[in-house]
Write a protein that binds this ligand. Structure first.
Ligand SMILES: [Zn+2]
Length: 211
């Protein structure tokens, strides 16, 4: 190993080259894929993914997703995981930031110039829900990318008491969360649909940003 590379490796620098991503649908039997950013049905109201309609993930993350799907189908054979967003190229992150910068939505998109950025940029995060085998998403109480308190798992208990969420809606979220957490994913406390395959520090150490 050349001296400079050895130094970088010892310093814990991010991997220089992105690892090849895998098509999660080829790893996870029955995975449903509906990339919202490849449609205009998203909070931006724009298709920022264009031709990208495949759920791509790091191989390790795809294997974890297979385990989550098996856990889900073990508990509920009638249900499937349904992916809304997977690996997000850094170039798309830049385009999304340009759309929201200076608007009230700025807080919902990771600044592409920040040290970590979005874990989606490393192919280590996935946004998803649970759907019937026929593709009908379960009622999670809010849509995907709903930017109010009702989408935040940390408020679920209070929202149950306040009747903002029903018991059935919270139970549906738990079906998703329990399958994902059992497979090793890390949930977010402010988005019911988002899960990371590793912490931000760990994702940056293991993977490079996808250009
Ligand atoms: Zn996400």
């Amino acid at each position: 190993m050349p001296a400079l590379m050895l130094l970088l490796a010892l310093a814990g620098a991010a991997p220089a080259d992105p690892l090849p991503l895998v098509d999660a649908a080829s790893v996870v039997p029955g995975l449903q894929v509906e990339l919202k950013y490849s449609t205009t049905d998203n909070f931006l109201g724009r298709d920022v993914y264009g031709d990208l309609a495949v759920c791509r993930l790091q191989a390790e993350a795809a294997e974890m997703l297979r385990a989550a799907s098996e856990a889900l189908r073990g508990a509920r054979p009638d249900l499937r995981l349904r992916a809304y967003d997977c690996a997000r190229p850094h170039s798309v992150q830049v385009a999304m930031w340009a759309i929201v910068e200076g608007t009230p939505q700025q807080g919902y998109v990771a600044d592409p110039t920040s040290a970590v950025g979005s874990i989606h940029n490393y192919g280590c995060a996935i946004d998803l829900t649970v759907a019937t085998a026929a593709g009908v998403p379960l009622d999670m109480g809010t849509p995907f990318d709903f930017f109010g308190n009702a989408a935040q798992p940390r408020h679920e208990r209070a929202h149950l008491l306040d009747r903002i969420l029903t018991g059935a809606q919270v139970a549906n979220r738990l079906v998703l969360r329990e399958a994902m957490v059992r497979a090793g994913f890390l949930p977010l406390e402010h988005e019911w649909w988002h899960f990371d395959c590793a912490s931000g520090t760990e994702a940056r150490r293991r993977y490079a940003k996808i250009p």
